[in-house]
Design a protein around this ligand. Structure first.
Ligand code: GAL
Length: 377
């Protein structure tokens, strides 16, 4: 059984786009292990779009790996990735062509699932470009879901239809383990802020074995690479990672894992943040208060299976200032006889014990995240 908790790994798209090859995949696998990312839980290495030749084999109809990028074929790449203790992921599309115009799996689902199984694939991201108008989106995901179940290998099914067709309502029944709820992320603050704010109403559909995927992280990209855009600063990356953790999204790194700085490594391997993301009960976060004057000064709360709870305090606005965290919003009336003890999730330090409220000053685009528990007065 896979995906009991949000899947974690690395995906090539955000940084590398079409510039993928056997060498950089091997180097990335090495780096994931050397940087202790595997130890932290990042176990899937996923090759996204642009890995194949432009046309199927005319006789076998199979998709063929690009002969220049992957001269030894895909099994050799997969074997190397497995030899490092990682799991191997690949990409295809429910339509006739992939988004970057390579062969899609439409009408070839069973053959392609068998091919992925032959490669030793453990994860399939399944996109939505070039879907024929006359074809039914949900049906196509069901078809690949069935094909993967028949292929003789346990393959995590990562649906990517960008939130179309009311996807959270049916995707779990199609066998997917994660489902993209939005369009593509770009490496700038507005992009991830809008993705996060668009999640209201969708978080309750995310649960063990099938998670709401808010897209690959741009943390640590600093504007470089395929979805580089303007880039973010460290406060913004902290905020992005905290939102993905609190909202229980799969955590797929999108930066160049071979060249991560220490700030990025420390952030994405933070044990308390990962504990929030990976909590086995996978309860959804909820909006536990927002500033009356500013949209985007928000507090989110997530109950944890340990009896603790996580509180995230976000300043998504353009001005520095307090973010009011009123404990009546989380179900603790005044004079109940309890206060809230807060531990800073980033540093691990105890912040203090607070009665009724705690209103931290948060700089624009930054956040604070706490592991909290109730203590008797
Ligand atoms: C998009 C998808 C991206 C990436 C890209 C590849 O549709 O949302 O995550 O996979 O296609 O072309």
């Amino acid at each position: 059984m896979i995906a009991k908790t949000p899947p974690m790994g690395f995906n090539t798209w955000n940084t590398f786009g079409k510039d993928i090859n056997e060498q950089m995949i091997k180097e990335s696998a090495d780096a994931i292990v050397a940087n202790k990312l595997l130890e932290a839980g990042y176990e899937y290495l996923v090759i996204d779009d642009c890995w194949s030749e432009k046309e199927r084999d005319p006789v076998t109809k199979k998709i063929i790996p690009d002969r220049t990028k992957f001269p030894n074929g895909m099994k050799a790449v997969s074997d190397y990735v497995h030899s490092k203790g990682l799991k191997f992921g690949m990409y295809s599309c429910a339509g006739l062509r992939t988004c970057a115009d390579y062969p899609g799996s439409f009408d070839h689902e069973y053959l392609d699932a068998e091919t992925f199984a032959e490669y030793g694939c453990d994860f399939l991201k399944y996109d939505f470009c070039f879907k024929p108008e006359s074809a039914n989106g949900p049906h196509l995901y069901r078809r690949m879901g069935m094909a993967l179940r028949a292929c003789g290998r346990e393959i995590l099914f990562s649906a990517c239809n960008w939130g179309c067709d009311n996807v959270p309502e049916w995707i779990r029944s199609a066998g997917a383990h994660m489902w993209r709820s939005t369009g593509d992320i770009f490496d700038n603050f507005e992009s991830f802020k809008n993705i996060a704010l668009s999640q209201a109403g969708k978080l309750g559909y995310s649960a063990p074995y099938c998670f709401n995927d808010m897209d690959m992280l741009t943390v640590g990209m600093y504007g470089n690479g395929n979805v580089g855009s303007a880039g973010c600063n460290d406060a913004e990356y902290r905020t992005q990672f905290a939102l993905w953790c609190l909202f229980g999204s799969p955590l797929m790194l999108g930066c160049d894992v071979r060249n991560m700085n220490d700030v990025t490594k420390k952030l994405v391997t933070n044990k308390r943040l990962l504990k929030i993301n990976q909590d086995p009960e996978a309860r959804p976060a909820f909006l536990a208060g927002k500033h009356p004057w500013y949209d985007g000064r928000n507090v989110y709360m997530k109950l944890l299976s340990t009896g603790e709870f996580a509180l995230g305090v976000f300043n998504l606005t353009e001005t520095n200032g307090i973010v009011p965290m009123m404990f009546h919003e989380i179900g603790l009336p005044s004079d109940a006889g309890y206060s809230v003890e807060l531990i800073d999730a980033f540093s691990g330090e105890t912040v203090g014990i607070f009665r009724d409220y705690h209103n931290p000053e948060i700089e624009k685009h930054d956040c604070a995240v706490y592991i909290a528990k109730l203590v008797k007065d």
